[in-house]
Design a protein around this ligand. Structure first.
Ligand SMILES: [Fe+2]
Length: 280
């Protein structure tokens, strides 16, 4: 089997309709460090940990959120589901924190009675579906940049990193061919009861679940799922990768892309834009 050129999850951009409200939510509830806040550009960028970022874009008419990526017409994601990695022992302490912020949450056990895998789901003010997922940092399935505890304010959720991003694809069969073929994503599994594919963000496909600290790309049909979560539309997602290896595939496929000193950015036929950058 050919090794995947995709190495890890680097960042995610969400579309928001009120930038100041987004900055308030992500600094106060998640305790993220705000590293750029440009209301005139409609952009706020947060550091999640030394290797991952979260970005908010408020659309402004006739103005690109990012000049470099403008030829690919990227948008921040709409109603996207994504997950945060936390220490499993921190999960219960997150409930009163969510209560204190006035957020409704739902707990679901994705594991078995012998091996529970509890998660908390809640929404940000813009309809993005967030999840807190415990990960076992001692697990042998390690991502390129393993999660580490991050110092957060005591009123904030103790998140360590971005775990997964779920995207919607209207043409599921086309996605099923294109993500492995045109980009090299490692297909780990499909679910029997729904059009739902799991891609391991690492060199080899691995089993999901059971506390894995790996990062994941989930590709779903545009249908509401567990805890009312939806896959995102027109998402902008950044991955660590062997950029040249992805570029060869993308160019052979003929997908619209730009390649420069920052890396490679590609517009997927479903309107998602994927960035691929070298690990630093
Ligand atoms: Fe999830």
């Amino acid at each position: 089997m050919t090794s995947s050129p995709i190495l890890d999850l680097a960042g995610l951009t969400l579309e928001v309709n009120h930038l100041a409200r987004g900055v308030r939510f992500y600094t106060q509830v998640l305790g993220l460090h705000l590293r750029r806040h440009d209301p005139a550009a409609g952009v706020a960028e947060f550091t999640v940990n030394p290797h991952q970022t979260l970005t908010l874009w408020q659309p402004i008419t006739r103005q690109a959120s990012d000049e470099r990526l403008a030829p690919l017409r990227p948008r921040g994601a709409s109603h996207l589901h994504y997950a945060w990695q936390i220490e499993p022992d921190d999960l219960d302490a997150c409930k009163p924190l969510l209560d204190a912020h006035g957020l409704e949450w739902q707990e679901i056990d994705l594991g078995t009675p012998d091996a529970p895998d509890r998660t908390l789901y809640f929404f940000d003010p813009f309809g993005h579906g967030l999840e807190l997922r415990g990960v076992n940092r001692a697990d042998a399935r390690r991502p390129h940049f393993p999660p580490q505890p991050v110092d957060r304010p005591e009123f904030a959720l103790p998140v360590m990193g971005l775990r997964e991003v779920a995207l919607a694809f209207g043409d599921y069969a086309g996605m099923r061919e294109r993500l492995p073929g045109a980009y090299g994503f490692a297909l780990a599994k499909e679910q029997p009861d729904r059009n739902f594919a799991q891609f391991t963000l690492g060199p080899e496909a691995e089993p999901d679940g059971d506390g894995t600290p790996r990062r994941w790309l989930y590709a779903w049909d545009p249908q509401v799922g567990l805890a009312d979560m939806l896959g995102g539309d027109h998402a902008l997602v950044r991955f660590y990768a062997d950029v040249e290896a992805v570029a060869r595939r993308v160019k052979a496929e003929g997908l619209p892309c730009i390649q420069d000193a920052h890396g490679l950015a590609v517009r997927d036929p479903e309107g998602h834009v994927f960035e691929f950058v070298a690990p630093t």
